[in-house]
Design a protein around this ligand. Structure first.
Ligand SMILES: [Fe+2]
Length: 448
């Protein structure tokens, strides 16, 4: 029986303990429709079984208990080995491609471990004054909740890869497009302050990762950026024009991927006489979804489309300025529509419950000052920017973000699988150029 996804409050009236309970409960709501057999299967090297996610997110909190709870004893050395992801500092671990090769710990044992960790963490959160280093513990727990929300999104990707429309997702009906979105916004260049500049909202639950800091000046040329995300209909034109057969649109590495992987369309597209798209709701003609943003494209595919269209992808600074700067009022806001957090009325994030992208123009209230739509939610948007540290970067947690600063591209804006509490205009997500099992799409830019 599918469970309904509940809202998580970003209000200050909620204590850190309540926030912990809400976020942890969300993970179990996501996996609730799975059958026991579904929890342990690994369908590709890049995905992880659901059992691993629910254990690994608990392991993360156990590392906090180990370091900061006086007298804490490890739950199981075997679990430390199986549920560590990539942290060299926390010892030996199973290789990522082998997470689906073991049936132990069982799902039941993993849930018991999860419940035990919850009891232990809640015990310290209910009387934090007893801890010698309360500030550190509270900031690590807050980080642990952001980490958990990242894994909630990964669970959606991984469940889609495993089951897709066989998963009994609690899907709510998609809204219709409310307005036509066409053309490009022209944005003036000059100095722009890129990155997270301290809290802009009144909530103490405001959070930013170290990789979004420090805010710093960058120089932009004048540019234009699409008001709408590239749609399935747009992408179908590229396919029908022989885009996947023409080397001239592709980077050399992208062309190698096209040939090696036999790419002819985005992931989850199937050719049945005509192109069809499979998602959580089933298999439908791509043409019936022509007004929805294209998703499950790699950086290579996004770049090839942009070149074919006579455009290019934006840099992350161009994307961020378009998302949160209003040149007429000379103000910068936390989100395209202002400083209040996202709601189901202005974005398509996980709480909307669509388990899908929404049609272009479905959220006119989420527009920015330049008229760009759906910059937050729906799909993570590829940028041309390399994922590297900002000038003046200081790591706040070893091995979390800093060790990935090579060979990946930045994506911005969050997807329909991103929790509302987790997203910001300054958020820097990152993936390799060939990856496409995540909810990735794009909009184009061009020079003026
Ligand atoms: Fe993780």
């Amino acid at each position: 029986m599918a469970s309904t996804i509940r809202e998580i409050s970003r209000q200050d009236t909620v204590s850190i303990a309540e926030l912990y309970e809400q976020v942890r409960a969300r993970t179990m709501q996501i996996v609730a429709p799975l059958e026991i057999e579904d929890y342990v299967i690994q369908t590709a090297e890049f995905m992880s079984p659901a059992r691993w996610h629910i254990g690994h997110t608990s392991w993360f909190f156990e590392t906090v208990l180990q370091a900061h709870k006086p007298g804490y004893r490890v739950y199981s050395e075997d679990f430390l080995f199986y549920f560590n992801s990539y942290y060299e500092g926390f010892g030996e671990r199973i290789e990522r491609p082998k997470r689906g090769t073991k049936s132990r710990p069982t799902v039941k044992e993993t849930v018991a471990y999860r419940n035990y960790i919850d009891e232990q963490v809640l015990a310290i959160l209910q009387s934090p004054e007893r801890l010698p280093d309360v500030e550190t513990v509270l900031s690590l727990v807050r980080l642990g909740l952001e980490h958990e929300m990242q894994h909630q999104e990964l669970l959606v990707y991984d469940i889609k890869h495993l089951l897709c429309d066989q998963f009994d997702a609690p899907i709510k009906p998609l809204p219709n497009s409310a307005i036509q979105v066409e053309g490009m916004a022209e944005i003036e260049g000059g100095l722009f302050r890129l990155g997270y500049d301290g809290s802009r909202s009144n909530s103490s639950y405001e959070f930013a990762f170290d990789n979004e800091k420090p805010a710093h000046q960058v120089f932009l040329q004048d540019y234009a950026i699409d008001k709408a995300l590239v749609s399935n209909g747009d992408f179908l034109e590229f396919i029908n024009d022989g885009g996947y057969q023409n080397f001239r649109w592709w980077f050399s590495e992208g062309w190698e991927a096209v040939n090696h992987e036999q790419w002819r369309a985005p992931l989850y597209w199937e050719l049945h006489g005509e192109w069809m798209i499979r998602d959580f709701a089933g298999l439908q003609p791509a043409m019936s979804k022509k007004d929805e943003p294209v998703t499950h494209v790699s950086y290579f595919e996004a770049s090839a489309f942009a070149k074919w269209a006579g455009k290019r992808l934006p840099t992350e600074a161009e994307w961020e300025k378009a998302a949160c700067y209003d040149s007429r009022r000379n103000v910068r806001t936390a989100f395209p529509w202002g400083d209040t957090g996202p709601s189901s009325g202005n974005t398509n994030l996980f709480e909307n419950g669509f388990w899908s992208v929404a049609p272009i123009g479905a959220f006119p209230e989420g527009a920015n000052a330049y008229g760009c739509q759906q910059m937050i939610g729906d799909v993570w948007e590829w940028t041309t920017s390399d994922y590297v540290p900002y000038p003046g970067f200081k790591t706040e947690f070893d091995e979390y973000n800093d060790k990935w600063f090579v060979n990946q591209k930045v994506l911005r804006g969050g997807s329909f699988a991103t929790p509302q509490l987790h997203v910001r205009a300054t958020y820097r997500n990152f993936f390799h150029a060939h990856e496409r099992w995540m909810i990735s799409g794009f909009r184009c830019a061009k020079d003026l």
